[in-house]
Design a binder for this molecule. Structure first.
Ligand code: SF4
Length: 387
């Protein structure tokens, strides 16, 4: 399939791997963070690490939307369903993220909460139209990729006068999280790792463009290469990062030219800024409070803001003591450093958020990383479609 098969070519991947090994100086090490869970998934699934020399290290970043969602936010959604009688709608992975009192949204559903999995904010609006006597809340999570559809739903609900529909907004922003990883005293105190450069997000950058990373690369002298989610995209991005480090450059480069432009999707950006504004601070799992790293609904759309409508107050909740998700999301630890990885904690029974989504570092490593001798896999679109 066009844009799939040619980006999964094992021979080409090995050739790029050989180039990386030839160009990486043997007397130094290179540590690159792949911010996005999509890249983490590709690295694990296609055995990218097997093709890198030992002095080129990849560090998982916090770019998996359900992984960074703190327990306190899921608790808010659960309480809306169990205590306030609302129909709570959200994406599939969010249903399984562990919350307080051994609950998750899916377990709260088993306790009688009317919690429904949807594929989009528009699905949640349809449920609101079909249930005019009930409050329907869309629990909106995700990075800049999923924010425009939520903005569209809120704007449409306002135009339509869909009075029983509201949004619990937990949308977060990528550039501020990357900055926070590098500069915040809190993260330094919690522990972090030296990073020589970043693989920038794919889908997020389609929306926001490559320009928002310019300031970051200049200010912190860290190269960023925006890359697609196929294995050859990732390999090529690593080669581009190695070259930048060798040449002492810190620029934003775009490997994903087939989809990302410097300015991004201006229509989507305008829609988002019409409906949302910056939150002064937002808690991320693993990173703590990150200033200006999330969005809230503007005053002009306050009627559709579940936090205001239900007078919700956020309370932070500590993670399970056995879970190392926080350290993994900061790049300090690997999934296998967690004592309960693959035993007590599995994708069927996740204890922490990193084991829930296929983009989570623990789930990706559990599914693919345990079989280290498997070489890069060339999968066809037909094989992909086979369950
Ligand atoms: S294996 Fe489970 S408990 Fe351990 S860090 Fe990963 S998600 Fe958390």
């Amino acid at each position: 399939m066009k844009y799939i098969d040619e980006f999964r070519d094992g021979d080409l991947a090995r050739q790029i791997g050989a180039r990386i090994a030839a160009e990486a100086h043997p007397d130094r090490s290179y540590s690159f963070m792949e911010f996005c869970g999509g890249h983490t998934h590709a690295i694990s699934r296609y055995g990218v690490l097997e093709l890198l020399p030992p002095n080129v290290r990849m560090i998982h970043g916090p770019g998996c939307p359900v992984c960074v969602l703190p327990i306190g936010r899921i608790d808010l959604a659960i309480r809306l369903a169990l205590e306030r009688g609302a129909i709570v709608c959200t994406y599939g992975d969010t249903m399984r993220v562990p919350a307080s009192d051994s609950l998750s949204l899916i377990k709260a559903k088993a306790r009688g909460g009317d919690i429904r999995m949807v594929y989009s904010a528009a699905d949640a609006m349809a449920i609101a139209r079909a249930n005019p006597q009930r409050e329907v809340v869309f629990f909106a999570i995700g990075f800049e990729t999923t924010t425009p559809p939520t903005a569209l739903a809120i704007r449409d609900a306002a135009r339509e006068g869909l009075a029983n529909f509201s949004v619990l907004c937990c949308h977060v922003l990528t550039p501020s999280a990357i900055t926070h990883i590098l500069e915040s005293p809190e993260v330094r105190q919690l522990g972090t790792v030296p990073i020589d450069g970043f693989i920038g997000p794919a889908h997020v950058s389609i929306v926001i463009g490559s320009a928002p990373y310019d300031h970051f690369a200049e200010e912190y002298r860290k190269p960023v290469v925006i890359a697609g989610f196929e294995p050859l995209d990732v390999m090529q991005a690593i080669l581009m990062l190695v070259r930048q480090v060798n040449e002492g450059r810190a620029h934003v480069e775009n490997e994903f030219t087939r989809a990302v432009t410097p300015e991004g999707n201006l229509k989507a950006q305008a829609l988002v800024s019409e409906v949302f504004e910056l939150r002064p601070s937002f808690e991320w799992r693993g990173l703590g409070e990150v200033p200006y790293s999330a969005l809230k609904i503007r005053e002009s759309f306050a009627a559709f803001d579940a936090e205001r409508r239900f007078d919700l107050n956020y309370t932070p909740v500590a993670d399970n003591k056995a879970c190392e998700c926080g350290a993994i999301l900061r790049g300090v630890k690997k999934p296998t450093d967690c004592k309960i990885f693959g035993t007590v904690c599995t994708p069927e029974n996740p204890v922490g958020s990193c084991m829930v989504s296929s983009e989570g570092a623990c789930a990706a490593h559990y599914t693919y990383g345990r079989f280290r001798d498997i070489p890069i896999v060339v999968t066809t679109a037909t094989e992909e479609a086979t369950p």
